[in-house]
Design a protein around this ligand. Structure first.
Ligand SMILES: [Zn+2]
Length: 259
């Protein structure tokens, strides 16, 4: 449902909602990071288009699958190394700095929210910035593993216990961290305004988070390039880039807060 209402009018209404919010929860998906030059796994020509999905079970079961998986990850890390948080990430960080943001739930694994300055982040799909040993839980910064991959260690093992090393992300076939999922639903239920940025809301259970916020009485603001199955529940819908919307909301909010 495309809106005929002008962008400035929708920005004013979104600002009004955020200004009046007692508990603002934000929720982000891949769309917020495409503006940073990261591949959306659904976009053609992206990293995900050139590699087969390796499931968690395949990763555990075969050397070849691990090599294939790490080759894909290695390419993603190079992309990550060159990319930076964009205006939309920075605006969300500013909302937290202004004391407006209660929590930020993300489906992204790129760590840009933390790099932009957000501290209250729930990462539903884990993070690409760290790797862990699947056997003993030892952690590494991803840069350390990238060095090993580039020097020819294509199926890196834990030097402490010999276990498989894997990025600290949730793979296909791997369970989401239940504690984080529970926290996300609690944040959604407490919110009176829920700001969704850059998700097409196609993937469950994550898509259930805005539905839960709505059920609990929150007003929804959606910013996404394409329509979502929940657009009809939203009070304000933007199809513009988040980087063209959020900085204006934050700026108008700061003006209203000024004495
Ligand atoms: Zn280990």
């Amino acid at each position: 449902m495309a809106s005929s209402e002008s962008l400035s009018s929708r920005i004013a209404r979104a600002t009004e909602l955020v200004h009046g919010a007692r508990s603002l929860t934000a929720f982000s998906g891949a769309g917020i990071s495409t503006e940073s030059g990261m591949s959306d796994f659904r976009s053609p020509g992206g990293v995900w288009d050139r590699y087969r999905m390796v499931t968690f079970q395949e990763f555990l079961g075969s050397h070849d699958a691990r090599v294939e998986y790490w080759k894909m990850k290695s390419e993603l890390f190079q992309e990550l190394r060159d990319a930076r948080p964009n205006r939309a990430h920075l605006a969300l960080a500013e909302l937290e700095r202004l004391g407006k943001l209660t929590c930020l739930i993300t489906q992204n694994i790129d760590g840009f929210h933390q790099e932009a300055g957000n501290r209250k982040v729930i990462e539903l799909h884990g993070t690409n910035r760290k790797a862990t040993c699947l056997s003993c839980g030892k952690e590494w910064r991803i840069e350390e593993i990238q060095v090993r991959l580039e020097s020819g260690d294509l199926d890196p093992r834990c030097e402490k216990c010999g276990g498989f090393i894997k990025p600290a992300t949730v793979s296909f076939g791997q369970a989401m961290p239940q504690g984080d999922l529970l926290k996300a639903f609690e944040c959604a239920a407490r919110a009176d305004v829920f700001l969704m940025v850059g998700s097409s809301l196609q993937v469950e259970p994550a898509a259930g988070v805005p539905r839960e916020a709505y059920r609990a009485g929150a007003k929804l603001i959606f910013i996404n390039r394409t329509g979502t199955p929940l657009d009809h529940l939203a009070t304000v819908v933007f199809r513009e880039n988040a980087g063209e919307v959020l900085p204006h909301v934050v700026k108008q909010l700061a003006q209203r807060a000024a004495p």
